[in-house]
Design a protein around this ligand. Structure first.
Ligand SMILES: Cc1cc2nc3c(=O)[nH]c(=O)nc-3n(C[C@H](O)[C@H](O)[C@H](O)COP(=O)(O)OP(=O)(O)OC[C@H]3O[C@@H](n4cnc5c(N)ncnc54)[C@H](O)[C@@H]3O)c2cc1C
Length: 384
């Protein structure tokens, strides 16, 4: 049952909301976490957890159990059909986690929920937040069932179509049309591609990401105009034939899950409006190129949890302005990086030889490769 009052109400129990609540619980603060879904989703969605995110998750005891559920990818390669244009190793990363961890979002959410439970917290379901009235010392939040909760702080971790953001009057920058169309699927394939690397194929029709997951599964993500809602195995085979390896082509043997989504580069104009704080997809969305979205959300979440705990312990609430000011530029930067990766893939035919030459040149320069590894891993702002 919902409480009448709470210090922190977290709306949304995706990876961001769970990580905020688990962080707060680690500081001894019991947040109220609600989600409109009766059960957590079982679809895999984001498939990579980068080194910096693992560093951050270690602080809330979630890195080791997550590592146990995933597989390490030690290298990121950019390819044009059979040619490797750029190969970025993660072994030089300044982190105990010198790889990208390949693991489905369902597992990441399960580990975060376990961490929250181990610290005495839980998610209240199904409660859909429908109304929000902020005032001088908190906010009154209403739910679809007629319940009302009075909260000192409200965290909007309710995803891309955030009601919290909308009701707090925070503008979501960027175009309002549905944006670029992506097709994604988890498949089993017969393939000669190495299973310890993520491959980004740059094809004229658009990029194709080939990413190994545990249990021999491969995640495919591609930009496709008007992607079908339920892609079939033949569609994915056609995608691999069109954009993947030629000499030793992949063969799809099983389709486990497929979906589509549309996305734009959008960042909220502020991550704080009085008692309302945004984190994760409610604050920023962008192309999945580089697998940055969920990672950024988890890092927002732990930073916000730490800051809220300090404020609840008596420090000035201007610390939360610091949270908003520090995280927003990072979101802009990550969104631009994802855009650049996508643009690299869709260079017109005439420019492709030059692009490929450039990438092969970068491949020969270890410092340049290292900078790309840092960027992918989320470690650019840490000493390298
Ligand atoms: C089909 C699909 C594929 C994706 N693939 C990738 C990928 O390959 N790589 C990648 O990096 N990212 C991918 N993403 C994006 C990734 O899933 C998100 O970045 C990540 O889930 C963000 O986490 P979050 O917790 O901020 O938001 P979400 O995971 O969206 O969680 C928001 C939660 O809030 C709840 N909620 C919403 N509104 C309300 C309300 N009014 N009241 C109560 N609860 C509410 C929802 O039920 C949900 O549980 C994909 C997303 C989708 C949908």
């Amino acid at each position: 049952m919902l409480p009448e009052r709470t210090d922190v109400l977290v709306v949304g129990a995706g990876p961001t909301g769970l990580a905020v609540a688990a962080t707060l619980a680690g500081h001894g603060v019991e947040a109220t976490v609600v989600d409109r879904l009766a059960r957590p989703p079982v679809t895999s969605r984001a498939a990579v957890v980068h080194a910096h995110t693992l560093d951050v998750l270690e602080r809330i005891g979630a890195a080791a159990p997550l590592v146990a559920r995933g597989i390490p990818s030690t290298r990121f390669t950019v390819r044009d059909r059979d040619r490797v244009l750029l190969s970025v190793p993660f072994r030089t990363l300044p982190s105990p986690y010198r790889y990208a961890l390949m693991v489905s979002q369902t597992e990441t959410e399960a580990v975060l929920a376990e961490r929250l439970a181990a610290r005495g917290g839980r998610v209240l379901r199904p409660y859909e937040m429908t109304g929000l009235t902020p005032d001088g010392d908190g906010a009154t939040v209403r739910f679809a069932g007629g319940e009302t909760v009075r909260a000192r702080w409200v965290v909007g971790a309710d995803g891309m179509h955030s009601r919290v953001r909308e009701l707090a009057g925070i503008r979501f920058g960027g175009p309002a049309d549905p944006g670029e169309s992506f097709l994604l699927a988890d498949v089993r394939v017969e393939s000669a591609l190495p299973r310890d690397q993520v491959a980004l194929f740059l094809a004229g029709q658009g990029p194709l990401v080939w990413a190994p997951l545990p249990d021999g599964v491969v995640r495919l993500v591609a930009t496709v105009p008007d992607a079908p809602r339920d892609p079939d195995a033949a569609r994915l085979q056609a995608l691999l034939d069109e954009r993947g390896p030629v000499r030793r082509p992949d063969r799809v043997t099983e389709l486990l899950w497929g979906s589509r989504f549309r996305i734009h580069h959008r960042v909220a104009e502020t991550f704080r409006a009085g008692p309302v704080l945004l984190a994760g997809d409610s604050a920023h969305v962008h192309s999945p190129a580089g697998g940055q979205g969920m990672n950024l959300g988890i890092c927002d979440a732990v930073a916000l949890g730490d800051t809220l705990a300090e404020v609840l312990a008596g420090r000035p609430d201007t610390l939360l302005d610091g949270y908003a000011a520090a995280r927003r530029p990072l979101a802009e930067e990550v969104a631009s990086f994802a855009d650049r990766l996508t643009r690299l893939a869709t260079v017109p035919a005439a420019g492709r030889p030059l692009r490929n030459l450039l990438l092969r040149g970068i491949s020969l320069l270890p410092p340049a490769r290292h900078r790309i590894a840092l960027r992918l891993a989320g470690l650019t702002h840490r000493p390298g």
